[in-house]
Design a protein around this ligand. Structure first.
Ligand SMILES: Nc1ncnc2c1ncn2[C@@H]1O[C@H](COP(=O)(O)OP(=O)(O)O)[C@@H](O)[C@H]1O
Ligand SMILES: [Mg+2]
Length: 338
């Protein structure tokens, strides 16, 4: 957006709450989460399955379908509130200002149309280019995402591309209207291990060349360590810890983040360092009171059963854990007293 100071975050999420209303209960999938993404920044989002990562992405792009709803909070894109826009205005923002890359490339590609038709249509919807120039732009983009002989392959159908090549086409599609922000939700999970790193490297390079901000959802901590500037660790619809990747990955504070980071294989492939967190993520209908992580936490104490921890600033990061709401000298004692 022109006229915006670069200090305005590209994305600002404030107390975002998402609920699914069922006959039996109202289930809270996101519970007042807040975070910012700066211009050009890559925010990694991690957490076990069911943590709320995809719901966060869907809420940002206005794609929470009934019986789900945004029950509170705000989503602000480059200074403009977008969570309350009419559906038509939100449709224009998707694709134009927010690009999307999902796990399965066929979520974004229509199997019935040639990839070139899809690229050209998206480019023409969001720019003033005529058909010939849009086609030139599409070919250049296919070339940029690493598709060889793009002049010929632009007329191929999605099924004529391998999984990795299809995801490259999706990246071209996500970038073709030059969005300020991209959501990539597990963009490599469905791909061969051998091409995963190439796809991540490509997203990272293209976005950093364009100054595009990225929210990168992945369960691959190695990818986060190499790609993200900051990382948010999610658990049961809340942010457990958020901060610079060097802090959160190398020296996590929240016991859940410690457990997740302990699950990164070391470079030497030392399998004994793979620590599993006991138990599993609670279902939305049975989120424990107090800290949702308390039944699985090795450092639980009395307060964790009764009071939901809020994010508190610790150095450059924020952590939602009562351990950090007391002097360091008392930390061990609280647990013993529990
Ligand atoms: N359409 C839906 N109806 C009911 N619950 C949902 C729906 N979509 C997601 N959820 C619930 O919201 C929680 C977060 O899901 P999700 O964001 O997909 O997790 P993940 O972190 O694995 O991406 C999960 O408990 C999931 O079961
Ligand atoms: Mg998901």
């Amino acid at each position: 957006m022109t006229g915006q100071s670069s200090s305005v975050p590209v994305l600002s999420v404030r107390d975002l709450t998402v609920e699914f209303v069922t006959r039996r209960a109202t289930l809270r999938a996101l519970d007042a989460i807040s975070f910012d993404i700066a211009r050009g920044e890559v925010l990694g989002v991690v957490g076990e399955s069911g943590a709320g990562k995809s719901v966060t992405g869907s809420a940002i792009i206005g794609l929470i379908d009934p019986p789900g709803r945004i029950a509170g909070g705000e989503v602000v894109l480059s200074g403009e509130r977008i969570d309350n826009l009419p559906p038509e205005a939100m449709r224009r923002i998707r694709g134009k200002r927010i690009g999307m890359i999902f796990q399965d490339p066929l979520t974004s590609l229509n199997p019935l149309y040639r990839v070139g038709e899809q690229l050209v249509e998206t480019i023409r919807t969001h720019t003033d280019l005529n058909a010939a120039d849009a086609r030139k732009r599409a070919i250049a983009l296919l070339d940029e995402v690493g598709i060889s002989a793009p002049e010929r392959r632009i007329d191929g159908y999605p099924h004529e591309f391998s999984g990795g090549m299809r995801q490259r086409v999706v990246i071209a599609l996500a970038l073709c209207a030059e969005p300020e922000f991209i959501i990539a939700d597990e963009p490599t999970t469905a791909l061969d291990v051998s091409v995963q790193a190439q796809i991540i490297t490509l997203i990272k390079r293209l976005c950093s060349e364009r100054g595009t901000s990225v929210m990168l959802v992945t369960h691959d901590m190695g990818v986060i360590a190499e790609t993200a500037d900051r990382v948010a660790v999610m658990y049961a619809g809340r942010i457990a810890e958020i901060g610079p990747v060097r802090d959160v990955v190398k020296q996590p504070l929240h016991p859940y983040a410690k457990g997740l980071m302990g699950a990164i294989p070391s470079l030497e492939g030392d399998a004994e360092r793979l620590v599993q967190i006991p138990g599993s993520m609670p279902r939305l209908s049975a989120i424990p009171s107090g800290c949702a992580f308390n039944p699985r936490c090795s450092r639980v104490f009395a307060r964790c059963h009764v009071e939901r921890p809020e994010l508190i600033q610790v150095g450059d990061r924020k952590v939602a854990c009562h351990l950090y709401d007391m002097p360091e000298s008392l930390r061990g004692k609280a647990e013993i007293a529990a």
